[in-house]
Design a protein around this ligand. Structure first.
Ligand SMILES: NC(=O)c1ccc[n+]([C@@H]2O[C@H](COP(=O)([O-])OP(=O)(O)OC[C@H]3O[C@@H](n4cnc5c(N)ncnc54)[C@H](O)[C@@H]3O)[C@@H](O)[C@H]2O)c1
Length: 462
């Protein structure tokens, strides 16, 4: 039996040291989980933030049928111009340009001929831009994390519910191949009851964070790492685990605690750089977040989740993705990904059989094409294609505003716990109780799967 055997009440525990991340009382105005917006034949997109991440999104979308790239925005003119050149190269019409200031995106959001604002800016802009877009009648999708504070999380929820506009966080890792496979396996009971999950963002960004030219615009990411301490980037590891556990859709997070090591490297590097170049003086004045953060989350149904963050230490890239159930487990990183139902890992032949049996429909349909078009091995394209296919067919999105808010909230909640000797902190229920009845993420292409790809020489999958 799957999860239903667990009693929500039985899993509740005493929380002597808990303190709510958000003291205010909230009620749900309208349930955006399972919400299907009216179908859009064409999806007219405006992009904002054309730095390292944005151009790839513009390019991926340029391959999807039914998409019109109608607006491009960045504070820097040359970044917009570069994307206009890409559109020309793809044989697509010129988009309207918005640039030259940090506020030009507002005019773009006010343009009535746009359906979707696609946000790939620094973190502190995500919520203001998504909220303004929804207020002006657009669906909003934002790079991770969608919000930086608990107040911002609630702003997203309240605006999406009031405007009935989708607000999706672009958690591409939910569309990676092994993550989708394990989600389907979990859904079909392969792992038994899901007991525990692990995820992480372990990615050495040390040099990129300190890169003066050609790195993050105005050193925004270094500043985030300098002035906050906790798990600043939890959603890549967390998103796929939440889908496996039906969080916001049958289970809910209750509380967490979070512990950080000290910073072993960042302040030292900043000091060394500042000694040679006064540009770095402002980065050598205050402490940095610890190298490693480990956050533990307990759910209403008594499951546990561990999420780690380390973007400084000399480590091999890992998002962990570990699913542990009463009948089996899955684990990716280090690769290859593996599955076990006993003490030993299944062999290659057994793995192949499982892949044949459990590969979900979206991967069968678009997986090969996604690998060719690319974006983190194809997951980025799979996410974009599914987003557009849902909008064009009037289907609910796989990730809704409650996922955006909850997964993003782990960063500020972890900061709060770290600052308080790792004491536990309540996790707000952004669904206001509707998690008990919300349907799980749709794993088939029911009602959709009709969106084509504009690459004539690459055949689309079955
Ligand atoms: N999902 C993923 O795999 C993935 C990968 C990389 C980055 N990201 C996320 O993408 C986002 C962008 O990261 P990046 O590496 O591209 O950063 P970046 O600094 O390279 O690019 C940000 C761009 O936003 C522009 N910008 C900043 N403020 C603006 C404003 N007010 N108006 C218009 N433009 C503005 C900057 O000029 C810059 O071109 C971040 O949230 C990051 O975490 C996600």
């Amino acid at each position: 039996m799957l999860a239903t055997g667990l009693s929500v009440q039985a899993a509740n525990t005493n929380r002597e040291t808990s303190s709510s991340g958000s003291e205010e009382k909230h009620t749900q105005r309208f349930n955006m989980s399972g919400y299907a917006a009216p179908k859009l034949d064409k999806v007219r997109i405006g992009f904002v933030g054309l730095g390292q991440r944005g151009p790839g999104a513009v390019e991926r979308m340029s391959y999807i049928e039914g998409v019109e790239i109608v607006a491009l925005c960045d504070q820097y003119d040359d970044r917009v111009e570069k994307m206009q050149e890409l559109l020309e190269k793809q044989g697509l019409p010129k988009a309207k340009s918005y640039s030259g200031s940090k506020e030009a995106w507002k005019q773009m959001c006010e343009n009535p001929d746009i359906d979707l604002i696609y946000i790939t800016t620094p973190w502190s802009w995500h919520t203001p831009m998504a909220v303004y877009a929804m207020e002006h009648g657009k669906h909003a999708v934002s790079e991770v994390p969608a919000a930086k504070t608990i107040d911002e999380c609630w702003q997203l929820v309240e605006t999406s519910e009031r405007t009935k506009k989708h607000c999706m966080m672009l958690e591409n890792c939910c569309y990676d191949f092994f993550e989708l496979l394990t989600l389907n396996m979990a859904r079909q009971g392969f792992f038994g009851e899901i007991v525990h999950g692990e995820g992480a963002y372990i990615h050495n960004l040390r040099d990129l964070n300190f890169k003066k030219d050609g790195g993050y615009a105005e050193m925004w990411r270094l500043k985030e790492n300098q002035h906050r301490n906790g798990n600043l980037y939890p959603t890549h590891g967390l998103g796929p685990i939440c889908q496996v556990m039906n969080i916001n859709r049958g289970d809910q997070m209750e509380y967490l605690n979070s512990m950080s090591s000290i910073d072993f490297q960042m302040a030292e590097i900043a000091k060394e750089l500042a000694a040679k170049d006064s540009f770095f003086t402002e980065f050598a004045t205050s402490p940095y977040r610890g190298n490693m953060n480990t956050t533990s989350i307990r759910t209403a149904k008594g499951r546990t989740i561990m999420v780690q963050h380390d973007v400084t230490s000399q480590r091999v890239y890992s998002r962990i993705h570990l699913v542990s159930g009463t009948k089996g487990m899955a684990s990716k990183y280090p690769e290859p990904a593996r599955i076990a139902t006993a003490h030993e890992w299944l062999n290659d032949e057994e793995m192949k059989k499982l892949e044949e049996q459990y590969t979900p429909e979206i991967v069968k349909k678009i997986g090969e094409m996604a690998k060719k078009i690319g974006g983190h091995g194809g997951m980025d394209f799979m996410m974009d294609w599914r987003l557009i296919d849902c909008l064009r067919n009037g289907l609910p999105l796989d990730q809704n505003v409650y996922d955006a808010a909850l997964w993003s909230s782990i960063a500020p909640l972890s900061e709060k716990s770290v600052a308080n000797r790792s004491n536990s902190v309540d996790v707000p229920d952004f669904t206001c109780g509707s998690w008990k009845t919300n349907a799980p993420v749709e794993l088939t292409l029911k009602g959709g799967g009709t969106t084509g790809v504009r690459v004539s020489n690459i055949p689309i999958g079955e």
